[in-house]
Design a protein around this ligand. Structure first.
Ligand SMILES: [Zn+2]
Length: 376
C-alpha cells in the first residue's frame, strides 16, 4: 500500500502574522523522498525528526494560484514522523491578518501542501471562543478550535466582533453594523439563486452555506469552497452583487474540471452562464446580462479555447462565455442549458468527455460540434 501522512497542525495568530508547528506522521516508515511546498515568505525555524535536525533542500518553485512558494525536499531514511515549524506573514488572494480577522487559505500556501504522498490535515487553532472559526469546532476543555478541511483547501477563517445574518441554510458573516443594508442583497438572493439552479440542473448540491464578507479591498473577488463562499468586500451595486453571488453559487455544479489547465474554461464559462441564465429568467435583468456580454466582447480575442501548452489562459473567464453567447444568439437558451446539464452529468470533467456526452443524443450533436470548433 502507498504511504500516507496525517498532518497535525498547531496554528497561532500572532502580532507578526502566524506561527505554525506541523507534525507530519507517516503510516509507514518513509523511504521515498518527501516533497512539499509552502509560501516562500514564511521563515522555517526548524525541521526535525525526534530531536535531530533533518537535512533538507529548499528551492523556489511556483505553484498555480498560490503566493510564491518554495519546494522542500527531504531524504527520509525510514523515518515515521517529522516536525516542521515556521512563522511569518504572507499576503495573497483573500488573505487577511487583522486584530479581528485571520483569513488564510489555499492561495496563501500557509500549510505544507502538494505533498508527494496523500495527506490528511487536522488543525488546532489556538484562539479562544471570542473568535469563531468558520466550519471549525470549539473544544471547551482545551480552549482551542479544531478544524478539518471539507475539501482540498485547509481554509482558516477566524472572525471576532463580526455581524451575522442567519436563516435555516445560510449564515452570512460581515463586519460593521452600518453595513447591514449593503450586505442584505447577498443574504436575500442566496435562496432564490439556489432554487433556480436546483431546477436548472435537476439536482441539489448545497446544504448549509457560510458566506463570509471580509473587509479587504478586493470587492469583486470571491471564491467558492464546500459550505463556504468568501468575498473580499462589499460591492456597491446591487446587480453586481447578485451576479457575483450567482457565479460563485454556480460553482457547486460547475466544478471538477482541472483548474490549473486550459480545461478550467469549463468551470468558469458554465458558472458565468449559469449566472447569466438566472439573470435572464428570474429577476429578468436584461441590463446586467447585456453589460456582462459587452464586457466579454471587449476582451474577446479570436483564439482557440485550448492553449498550445495546455496552460490556463488569462482570458479563462471570457473566451468561452462570449463564444457561448454566439451560440445563444443562434439557438437560444435551451442550447446553453443542454451543455450545462451535460457537463454536470459527467463523471470525469474534461472537454473531450463533454463532446462525447453531447454526441450521444441526436438533439445535442450540433452542440458537440460547436464545442469541438471552439477549442480548435
Ligand atoms: Zn468562478
Amino acid at each position: 500500500m502507498e504511504n500516507e501522512a496525517i498532518i497535525l497542525i498547531d496554528l497561532w495568530k500572532v502580532e507578526s502574522g502566524i506561527t505554525v508547528k506541523a507534525n507530519i506522521r507517516f503510516n509507514y516508515p518513509m523511504e521515498d523522498n518527501i516533497r512539499f511546498y509552502i509560501a516562500d515568505g514564511f521563515i522555517i525555524d526548524e525541521i526535525i525528526c525526534g530531536n535531530t535536525p533533518v537535512d533538507y533542500i529548499s528551492s523556489i518553485e511556483r505553484l498555480e494560484f498560490r503566493a510564491p512558494t518554495k519546494k522542500i525536499e527531504i531524504k527520509p531514511h525510514g523515518i515515521n514522523e517529522l516536525f516542521l515549524s515556521y512563522h511569518g506573514k504572507v499576503d495573497s488572494w483573500n488573505t487577511l491578518y487583522e486584530e479581528d480577522i485571520l483569513a488564510i487559505n489555499f492561495y496563501t500556501a500557509w500549510y505544507p501542501t502538494d505533498f508527494s504522498i496523500n495527506t490528511k490535515y487536522i488543525v488546532k487553532v489556538h484562539l479562544d471562543d471570542s473568535f469563531c472559526i468558520i466550519n471549525g469546532k470549539y473544544n471547551d476543555t482545551e480552549k482551542v478550535w479544531y478544524y478539518q478541511p471539507l475539501d482540498f483547501d485547509v481554509n482558516i477563517i477566524a472572525l471576532r466582533n463580526y455581524e451575522i445574518m442567519q436563516s435555516d441554510n445560510v449564515t452570512l458573516y460581515y463586519f460593521g453594523k452600518m453595513n447591514q443594508q449593503a450586505v442584505l442583497p447577498y443574504f436575500e438572493n442566496y435562496n432564490k439563486i439556489v432554487e433556480y439552479y436546483t431546477h436548472l440542473y435537476g439536482n441539489s448540491k448545497l446544504n448549509n452555506t457560510n458566506i463570509v464578507i471580509l473587509s479587504k479591498d478586493n470587492n469583486y473577488g470571491g471564491y467558492f469552497r464546500k459550505s463556504l463562499i468568501v468575498f473580499g468586500g462589499i460591492q456597491e451595486d446591487h446587480d453586481g452583487i447578485v451576479h457575483l453571488l450567482a457565479h460563485e453559487i454556480a460553482h457547486s455544479w460547475c466544478q471538477g474540471a482541472k483548474t490549473d489547465s486550459w480545461e478550467d474554461w469549463l468551470n468558469e464559462t458554465f458558472a458565468e452562464w449559469s449566472a447569466l441564465l438566472y439573470e435572464l429568467e428570474v429577476p429578468n435583468n436584461i441590463n446586467k446580462f447585456e453589460e456582462v456580454i459587452l464586457e466579454k466582447e471587449a476582451k474577446f480575442q479570436h483564439k482557440p479555447i485550448k492553449t498550445e501548452d495546455l496552460s490556463r489562459p488569462s482570458d479563462v473567464h471570457d473566451n468561452g462565455v462570449y463564444r457561448l453567447y454566439k451560440l445563444y444568439c443562434l439557438h437560444g437558451k435551451e442550447a446553453i442549458k443542454n451543455i450545462l446539464r451535460a457537463f454536470d452529468s459527467l463523471d470525469i470533467k474534461t472537454t473531450d468527455n463533454l463532446i462525447l456526452k453531447l454526441k450521444e443524443n441526436s438533439e445535442t450533436v450540433m452542440l458537440s460540434d460547436y464545442i469541438s470548433d471552439m477549442i480548435k
